[in-house]
Design a protein. Structure first.
Length: 271
């Protein structure tokens, strides 16, 4: 709360000077303010954050986690309460508003953060892209968009949580039940392994949404797709035997009249 306000005020002062040097420092303070807003929002989800890896996160990982944890984390909402005699009954009194939870849009966070960063670097002389737009109007617009998030620190969420073991890293994954109910998906915030969630009866079951790897010892394990690249090293979860990805097998078929046939099929290997 303190840091976002300090960064916001510092950016406002620097922006008023309207010289190039001050504008760059203002961009840095606006970026710091944006990061502080996201970190403040994540605090309410602290029981869902992976203890072993959260301290290593960079801002983009924190941004992704904020959206991954709760589907409606991007939707601002008003929280009100009223007295009830028993669960599900009609309220006995008028609702009393606790506050408005202002929530930023995920795409806006990442796009704004990256654009602010682009103004902090020297111009690349070999760039063939469009020249950067003027910084002053962009900073003024961004500060205006940040104002509700800086002036309001009310953040709240309520949910039952579900725990299961990750097939990728072995850590415990904790997810919000209401998030799984709506998306039927889950993800390990520690290693990135993604899961599909099924509910055949009263309890959710989680299945890795990644390709399986089988070891000679009989163990079957999974690797998050973001790690699958040439040179990646991993170990069997059973016998601890070490492996390395050395290449990929690709297959292609001839397409005739927009229909895939098996008349021509070839294998190639990329190393």
């Amino acid at each position: 709360m303190t840091e976002k306000r300090k960064a916001y005020d510092a950016a406002t002062v620097l922006l008023a000077k309207q010289d190039d040097c001050s504008l760059r420092y203002a961009a840095l303070e606006v970026r710091r303010c944006l990061e502080a807003v996201v970190y403040e929002k994540l605090r309410v989800y602290d029981v869902l954050l992976p203890e072993d890896s959260v301290y290593k996160w960079q801002p983009p990982q924190a941004f992704d986690a904020l959206i991954e944890i709760e589907p409606n984390a991007e939707e601002s909402c008003t929280i009100s309460i009223a007295m009830h005699k028993e669960p599900g009954s009609t309220e006995e009194t008028h609702f009393q508003r606790l506050g408005v939870d202002e929530r930023p849009k995920g795409k806006w966070i990442k796009k704004t953060w990256q654009k602010l960063g682009s103004y902090l670097h020297a111009d690349w002389p070999f760039s063939s892209g469009k020249p950067r737009s003027p910084l002053q109007p962009f900073l003024e617009k961004t500060l205006k968009e940040l104002a509700p998030l800086v002036n309001n620190s009310f953040t709240m969420t309520m949910s039952n949580n579900i725990d299961f073991d990750c097939s990728g890293c072995g850590k415990i994954v904790r997810v919000m039940e209401k998030a799984v109910e709506s998306s039927r998906r889950a993800a390990c915030l520690n290693c990135g392994m993604r899961y599909r969630a099924e509910k055949p009866e009263e309890t959710f079951l989680f299945y890795p949404d990644e390709p399986p790897f089988a070891c000679e010892c009989g163990a079957v394990f999974f690797i998050p797709s973001r790690h699958i690249e040439v040179g990646y090293k991993f170990a069997c979860g059973g016998c601890k035997r070490a492996f390395q990805i050395n290449g990929f097998d690709w297959k292609f078929n001839a397409v005739i009249d927009d229909a895939v046939t098996s008349e021509s099929e070839s294998d190639s290997e990329e190393t």
